[in-house]
Design a protein around this ligand. Structure first.
Ligand SMILES: C=C(O[C@@H]1C=C(C(=O)O)C=C[C@H]1O)C(=O)O
Length: 282
């Protein structure tokens, strides 16, 4: 049997779900592909990735071919802490700004377009760049960074205005925003349901353990990244890795907004797989 190809986002935000995942237990059945979201999205679209977290926007594009694993996501209700628009002047003063977009994202790039064009009625120009704050700001009026690039940029305390996209979305809609969904190719769900169930249960187990032992994760992150304990404690407290009706309602509204602006061909509903899979840590 071929190994299942599981994506792993190369950012700190997924550690509460991946840190305690026992990859070795799956070594004979799975391989892990560690990349930024835009690259995982591309692999999924090409059929070269079978499952794992990808941009929720990418699920929106692939909904005919995919389902999502229940109770797993990267979501926030309000500030997300690692998706920022940096601007040189306050947001309200930008009329036709040139905005540099990180090449690593899909969800946040389109979320920014929804926020600026639908909610703020601005008419920005966009360009896509490698996510390096100084280079982006040398060329544009504002820039969007996500994940560890956004965290590092914020930790440097730059002299720009900083807007958190989770917070802007929440202020406009009062809803949750889901940035990543654990997406699965339907083919895998149909052909290897019992392996998928094992993997799903392992993710759920790892997530439960990650919640309980968040301090272990923070220690590991501090070693690689720096930052003090309160910073990381607050960061992880602001992230949610569940996917329930409330998160579903938020992301389906996002899909409707994206379709309205022509960013997605049509609004989609999220098809959830494995809703009966539950774990309890003993
Ligand atoms: C919270 C985040 O969510 C991410 C944002 C994504 C996107 O914009 O496409 C994709 C996956 C998530 O890891 C982040 O990167 O900081």
């Amino acid at each position: 049997m071929e190994k299942v190809r599981i994506g792993k986002i190369a950012y700190t935000n997924i550690l509460p779900v991946f840190y305690f995942f026992r990859e070795k237990e799956f070594a004979d059945r799975a391989e892990f592909i560690h990349k930024v979201p835009a690259e995982l999205n591309r692999l999924l679209a090409k059929g070269e990735l079978d499952l794992g977290p990808v941009s929720s926007f990418a699920y929106g594009e692939q909904a005919d071919n995919c389902v999502v694993l229940s109770d797993l996501s990267v979501s926030a209700k309000g500030p997300v802490g690692s998706i920022f628009l940096f601007t040189k002047t306050p947001l309200e003063t930008l009329e036709e700004p040139l905005i540099a977009l990180t090449s690593s994202s899909a969800t946040s790039v389109n979320l920014l377009k929804i926020i600026l064009e639908k909610f703020y009625r601005l008419r920005p120009q966009y360009m896509t760049m490698t996510p390096v704050l100084d280079e982006m700001m040398a060329k544009a009026d504002a820039c969007l960074l996500i994940g560890d690039d956004a965290l590092s940029a914020k930790l440097r305390n730059p002299s720009y205005y900083i807007y958190d996209l989770g917070e802007l979305w929440y202020k406009q809609t009062g809803m949750w925003m889901t940035f990543a969904l654990w997406t699965v190719r339907k083919e895998l769900a149909e052909q290897r349901p019992s392996l998928l169930k094992d993997i799903h249960l392992e993710f759920l187990r790892a997530k439960e353990l990650g919640n309980v032992k968040i301090d272990d994760i923070i220690k590991a992150v501090q070693k690689d990244f720096g930052g003090d304990y309160p910073f990381w404690k607050a960061y992880f407290a602001g992230l949610c890795h569940d996917f329930d009706n409330e998160q579903k309602r938020g992301i389906e509204y996002y899909y409707r907004c994206a379709a309205e602006l022509g960013l997605l061909p049509r609004a989609v509903e999220v098809a959830v797989w494995g809703a009966n899979d539950k774990v309890k840590l003993t």
